[in-house]
Design a protein. Structure first.
Length: 619
């Protein structure tokens, strides 16, 4: 699917043929395939006419630089969840003659979008037909030995579909976690509300073991678990449970139990059962990075090889939080495990391209939507979200399938970025955001999104060569090609350089900006934070720099250093207080001693919170 046709026409001149022989990187990547989704949804994951690399770059055109030699995280997959409702609709309401086609459209990379990561509720969630666990008992009864444990519910719809999905895509990763354990394990004696009883750490940990073993008996390996969905939220009308990082956190009341202790029990239970399923910490929004940091302050947890990383949801905060935690715990992975599309989102195309790209640029190993399927009324659901949107809609009466826009926006990534791909360096550009990957077979994938309302051109530079393309406003495209990068890239210092295009950073987070041109600004800046940019070409010299900045905090300064954080000081720019985090102004500073090609470090000084920067440009 991702392989280019490397034959070229007989009409190609001898001169061009000789140039291709002399430059293998261009000859191997002559053709670039393109798929596009437009904001008006008239074009949805549609192939466009292939384009070609050229030897020339265009000065003054917004430029996305791609460097496959600089690697970041390994990608595990993109997907959604086999909720009870999704499995019921796909297995019982879709006509049997159509089921395989629909499943292939979801899980196959060739004929579909290649979903490769699913997150499955252990028991009822909100997108479900009724409340259930795997060990339900009448009020007042308990089952500490889990003698009544059974996954009989899942054997009807969920297990058959997971098996089919695994046959279609053998690389499928599966995560599982409860919205609530059985009610008898909780202070509420109900799946709704309450906390885990301190006497039930043991039964709770064995509940996971029983689930994993039951699925293994069906030939389904569970790759990951988390202890609790959204542990800092206590829903009132569907199953849920608050489980703070430690008992001193009273976000949703005073709990007798916490996730730190629950994970310690779970690690022991998994070891005793000789299970290699790994644990993801937290499983909630980006706005509370202190939660996983608290859990990981426990040395037993932080040092365990059975802790895979941190699970995040997208309903609060910014994906930039993942980079901060990644920097503190570089051996662990960052997984985005839930963010539903919904009727509350005014522009789903824009929201998805902006967010998935930002998640990938902040070390995300996965991006997972919510329910794979819902019906024409965005159900069935017992409570909670009645406005969530799925990847596919199943009409309960006719069984007809329609594909929601979420299917196509997710597919711009999931169809092309294969499990095991590595994210590689790509820059953002004025008006554009991007994410780039190298697949295990060496093929390249670049996703570019036009984050402005107007159609505009850009160029992508890779290995010293470039292709040019124009994208409609608020629309995105995926570009794929083969070949080998032979040369470094050079960034003209006099071009507008997006602050979010850094190669490396310390102590910052990115966030979406409302400044002209859209994209991401760099914020959450502390004293001593820095961002690093490679291969800045100062030419014969520059004399000043303009910096786009905003601050509702204390303001501060940026020191511009050559080649290292403590390298030659080229100049210092003042970051003023502007009265708002998105109230932007442009400041200037003198620059001396900058010429030739160098790495550039922007080092921030001041009392936090300092401010945000969007871009800078040398004169």
């Amino acid at each position: 699917m991702l392989r280019s046709n490397k034959r070229f026409p007989f009409t190609v001149s001898a001169l061009i043929v000789m140039a291709m022989i002399a430059c293998p990187s261009l000859s191997s990547a002559q053709q670039v395939k393109v798929w596009m989704t437009t904001d008006d949804q008239q074009t949805k994951l549609q192939p466009r006419r292939p384009i070609s690399f050229s030897f020339r770059t265009q000065h003054g055109t917004p430029t996305v630089f791609v460097d496959e030699r600089e690697n970041y995280q390994t990608i595990e997959g993109f997907g959604a969840s086999f909720t009870d409702s999704a499995a019921y609709l796909l297995n019982e309401k879709v006509r049997p003659s159509q089921r395989d086609r629909v499943m292939r459209s979801l899980f196959d990379h060739w004929s579909g979008i290649g979903v490769s990561f699913v997150r499955n509720p252990m028991g009822a969630a909100d997108i479900t037909r009724y409340d259930y666990s795997y060990d339900d008992l009448p009020a007042g009864q308990t089952d500490a030995t889990l003698a009544h444990f059974s996954i009989a519910h899942d054997l009807v719809d969920i297990v058959p579909l997971v098996k089919l999905a695994k046959r279609i895509n053998p690389q499928l990763k599966i995560m599982a976690n409860p919205w609530s354990p059985p009610g008898w394990m909780k202070t509420s004696d109900s799946m709704i509300g309450g906390f885990l009883l301190s006497s039930d750490y043991g039964p709770f940990s064995n509940y996971f073991v029983k689930y994993i073993q039951a699925y293994e008996a069906q030939g389904i390996h569970i790759d990951y678990i988390s202890m609790q969905n959204e542990p800092l939220y206590m829903p009132g009308d569907y199953p849920g449970m608050c489980m703070p990082a430690n008992v001193s956190d009273t976000t949703c009341g005073t709990s007798p139990t916490d996730e730190t202790t629950a994970i310690q029990y779970e690690l022991a239970a998994l070891a005793n059962a000789k299970l290699n399923t790994k644990i993801l910490i937290y499983d909630h929004n980006w706005d509370r990075p202190d939660y996983p940091e608290t859990v990981l302050s426990n040395s037993q947890i932080a040092g365990s090889r059975q802790i895979a990383g941190i699970a995040w949801h997208g309903y609060g905060g910014t994906p930039g939080a993942m980079s901060a935690v990644q920097q503190a715990f570089p051996a662990l992975g960052e997984y985005e495990t839930e963010h539903s599309g919904g009727t509350w989102i005014s522009d789903q195309v824009r929201s998805d391209f902006e967010e998935i790209t930002q998640v990938m640029r902040n070390w995300g190993k996965s991006y997972v939507k919510w329910s794979l399927a819902l019906d024409e009324n965005r159900g069935p659901h017992t409570g909670g979200c009645g406005t969530c949107t799925p990847l596919v809609t199943v009409n309960q009466t006719t069984g007809a399938i329609t594909y929601d826009i979420d299917y196509f926006t997710l597919g711009q990534y999931s169809k092309f970025v294969l499990p095991g791909a590595r994210r590689v360096y790509s820059s953002n550009a004025p008006g554009f955001v991007s994410a780039a990957f190298r697949n295990p077979d060496g093929s390249k994938v670049l996703v570019v999104y036009n984050d402005t309302s107007q159609a505009q051109p850009f160029q992508a530079v890779w290995g010293g060569h470039a292709f040019n393309y124009s994208l409609p406003g608020f629309s995105g495209a995926t570009f794929t090609w083969d070949g080998f990068q032979r040369h470094e890239y050079l960034v003209p210092a006099t071009s507008q350089i997006q602050a979010s295009s850094y190669n490396d950073e310390s102590g910052i987070e990115t966030e979406t900006t409302s400044d002209t041109g859209g994209g991401y600004d760099v914020g959450y800046i502390n004293n001593g934070s820095w961002i690093h940019f490679k291969n800045i070409n100062f030419g014969s010299g520059v004399s000043s720099v303009n910096v786009r900045t905003a601050s509702a905090g204390n303001g501060g300064t940026i020191e511009l250093h050559q080649d290292s954080v403590s390298g030659t000081l080229l100049g210092t720019a003042t970051l003023p207080v502007t009265g708002g985090w998105q109230n932007w102004t442009t400041v200037s500073a003198a620059i001396t001693g900058a010429n030739g090609v160098h790495d550039l470090y922007l080092v921030f000084k001041g009392t936090p919170p300092i401010g945000n920067i969007n871009w800078f440009q040398f004169q």
